[in-house]
Each structure stands twice: as C-alpha cells, then as structure tokens.
Write a protein that binds this ligand. Structure first.
Ligand code: PMP
Length: 444
C-alpha cells in the first residue's frame, strides 16, 4: 500500500516533504474514539479525523440511515426545482436550531464550497439591493476558509496556497486576535480595541463602507492553531459590521455541531451572523456535506431579485439525499446525548491539558470544549517558538502516533485537539497521558 500510494495517490502538495520520506500511514478500522492502522496499532483519535468525526466511529444507526436512503433513492438533484425528502427535512431541522433568523439552508459538498457559495450569495445580495460597488471582502489573519481558490484567498495562512495568485485583489485581511503573541498584549479590552480599529482602518483603506461587502471570521480560529478570541471579541466585530452595513459571516466549519459545547459556537458569543458556513460535524465525516445558512433578509433580498439580473448556479451533489439522511441521524445523535457528553468530556479535556501547563515545553494551553491546543515553546519566559519548520511538527505527530494518540501537529509547534464528542473519561485520560509522554520524549 505504501508503494502504491507513493506511485499513484496524490496528496496535498504541502504534505509532500514528510510524506515522501516516511510514506503514508494507512488507517484500517475504527470504533468510538479509537482508530487502528494497517499494522494493528490502535490509537485514540484526538483529532476526530480532520476535526469532523464528532459522533465517533462505527455508529451503526448512521450506516443504516445511509443504506436505507441508498436503496430508496440514492440521488436526486437539489438543483432547479427538484428535491428529496431527507434534504428538505434536514434544511427545516437545521433552520429550527440555527441562531436567530438563519432560516434558509444551501447544501454543498464541504466547507470550501460553502465558503465559495457565501461569496456568490453576498455578491448577489449587494447587486440585488443596488450596491454592486460593495464588492470587497475582509477576513482575519491566521484564519482558514478552505482550499478552493476563492476560499484560499480568504484564508490567511500563506503556507497553504502561496504561489497561486491569491488573495484576489478584492480579498483583504486584518490582524488576528491571537492573544499569546499579540503586539498589544493579552488584555481582552486592548485586543478588542485593536481589532475594531483595524477593521475600521481597513474599510477606510479600501474606499469606505460603500465598497465593503462582508467580513469573515471563525468563532475560534482552527487551522491557525486553535486561537480563541477574548470574550466579547466576536460580538464587538459583529456590532461593528452592523454599524458599517457590512455582512457578518461566521465560518463554523470546525466550531459547529457541538465542538465547543453548544450546537453552534455563535451561541456562546450571543451573536447572530448574516450568513454562516458549516460542514464537518454536519455529517460527522461519514459522507461529505456542507451547509450555508442565510438569514431572512439576505435570502429574501436575493430571492426577490432572482430573474432580475441575479443569476446563480449550484453543484451536482448539492442536497444529496444520502448525505442528508446521514446528517439527520447525526443530528438526532447529538441531541440524544452526544452534545451533553461532549460538554462533559470537553471540561475534562481542558482540565487535563491545563494540568500540563507547568511542563517546560508548554507555553500556552487554550481552547473551549472539545477544541483545544497546546502551544510549545523552547523558552517559556521569552515565548520562543519551536523552529518554524515542518520537521518538529512531524516528529511530534510521529511520537504521539507511536504513543497511541492521533493529534494535529501544526508547523509552528502547536499540538491541536478535537476529539470525538463520544469520548469516555478513559479516552480523555489517555489523550492527556499520551500527550505528557510525547512532551517528555520531545524534551529528550
Ligand atoms: N472553513 C474552515 C473554518 C475550515 O476549518 C475548513 C476546513 N478545515 C474549511 C472552511 C474548508 O472545509 P473543507 O475542507 O470541507 O472544504
């Protein structure tokens, strides 16, 4: 398999370096929060695949829901004026649970095309209300919004996409709230003031609010290293967007579906976005699906103008009935106890990681619920980062794997955690213990 993979299976270019040397690691089976590789080595999956298998592995009722739908109706387009029962029911169930008036749901295949779709919806919206010049988009440094070209342009992690001519000229960034290494210090009020000032300044630089269509953020920045904004930051940005008549988009592809405690992290913040993107936990990774949530005013404006110069198109696999049937069952499981278990397990995870704070390599422990990170430093007082190369990250990942733990090791020396919400106390304790072992070995 390793040889066939090397010869024929293309991985993202960014992973070539480690991959070429070490070869692919092949997962064979999984149950609950435990994954087993092709050599029979079992591990706790501390990252739920790629922050997505929120319900855990091997849930029979999901398999049955998919099989039943495949037998009955494996495909129906969500395009034109066609639909299927699971997709319609799923949209209604999601709308009922989404914050505020996010009552309209557009299904995609994943997070990147959900983000792309928001850009189109927002352009339609601004054109429909007679503001075609509001065509500039702003997002946050260290944010991640997908690997499609438009999403990559909103993403502010150049390592993922440098050399591709993105960001586009209409995509702009403001600095992150990253409190551990913020030039304004770690005081929440100072960070909020700096970010709101930065957004105002960026809007002015671009030509004023009459040029700016939308602002994007993640309630907690995931791929940037699990960066948790100070309390009130998201709300302050939301309020400023309303003041400036800029649409506010929350990218909840990682934070949605119980990852931080509630169904959506915006609920933690007391914020209702104009648009919201989700994927990952929507189907828990069993099948691909993403969803864009549109508020009443955005949807109604676009819908009223449809046919008057506002046109659009969609994806072959939008609103896929099998994905929708899976998502309906996943949603049922969240509410049948998984969200609650995730909140309990999340508290245990955070307490466990905080107990590692005095380890000589640990600069900061941060997170909320089942989304957490440990930032490693070589000198705690100076916050000296681990060497900024893929190499230490690869070694930490390898050691953790050998110790029976799957984590995400970010290139800047951050260990990322996003375990399945089904984790037992024993799973969480294993994550903490194996992290400690990995840190001790890294010290050696
Ligand atoms: N937005 C965020 C916040 C994400 O974390 C991701 C994926 N990690 C995406 C968008 C893109 O989602 P996908 O990989 O499903 O296209």
């Amino acid at each position: 398999l390793v040889e066939l993979d090397r010869l024929h299976l293309v991985h993202p270019v960014a992973s070539y370096r480690g991959h070429e040397r070490a070869g692919v690691r092949v997962l064979k089976s999984a149950k609950g929060a435990t994954v087993t590789d092709s050599t029979g080595h079992s591990m706790v999956d501390g990252f739920a695949g790629l922050w997505c298998v929120n319900v855990g592995y091997g849930v029979d009722s999901i398999v049955e829901a998919a099989a039943k739908q495949m037998r009955e109706l494996p495909y129906a387009t969500g395009y034109f004026s066609l639909g299927s029962e699971p997709a319609i029911r799923l949209a209604a169930e999601l709308a009922e649970r989404a914050p505020g008036d996010l009552n309209h749901v557009y299904f995609t295949l994943g997070g990147s095309d959900a983000v792309d779709s928001t850009v189109r919806f927002i352009r339609y919206y601004q054109i429909a209300r007679g503001r075609p010049a509001k065509d500039q988009f702003i997002s946050v440094e260290q944010g991640y919004h997908g690997s499609s070209t438009v999403g990559a342009g909103l993403t502010a992690l150049p390592a993922f996409h440098q050399g591709f001519g993105v960001p586009f000229h209409w995509q702009h960034k403001i600095p992150s709230h990253y409190s551990y290494r913020n030039p304004v210090g770690s005081d929440p009020a100072a960070i909020i003031a700096a970010s709101t000032a930065a957004l105002r300044a960026k809007v002015e630089e671009i030509g004023g609010a009459e040029r700016v269509a939308a602002f994007y953020l993640e309630p907690i920045q995931g791929s940037g290293g699990v960066l948790v904004p100070p309390p009130g930051w998201v709300k302050a940005m939301r309020d400023l967007c309303r003041e400036l008549d800029i649409l506010f988009v929350a990218d909840e592809v990682i934070t949605g579906f119980g990852r931080t405690g509630p169904l959506f992290a915006c609920e933690d913040e007391g914020v209702v976005p104009d648009l919201m993107t989700t994927a990952k936990g929507l189907t828990s990774g069993y099948v691909p699906m993403g969803a864009v949530f549109l508020s009443d005013h955005v949807y109604d404006t676009i819908a009223d103008a449809a046919g008057q110069g506002v046109v659009g198109h969609g994806y072959t696999y939008s609103a896929h009935p099998v994905s929708a049937a899976v998502a309906l069952e996943v949603l049922r499981l969240y509410e049948a106890g998984l969200l609650e278990n995730g909140r309990k397990a999340g508290a245990r995870l955070m307490a466990g990681l905080h107990s590692l704070a005095d380890h000589p390599l640990v600069g900061e422990v941060r997170g909320r619920g089942m989304l957490a990170a440990v930032e490693l430093v070589t000198d705690k007082a100076r916050k000296t980062p681990l060497p900024a190369a893929a190499e230490p990250a690869r070694r930490i990942f390898d050691r953790a794997w050998d110790n029976g733990l799957v984590i995400r090791a970010f290139a800047n020396g951050v260990m990322g955690y996003a375990p399945p919400l089904c984790c037992t106390d024993a799973d969480i304790d294993a994550i903490i213990e194996r992290t400690r072992m990995t840190l001790d070995q890294t010290l050696e």
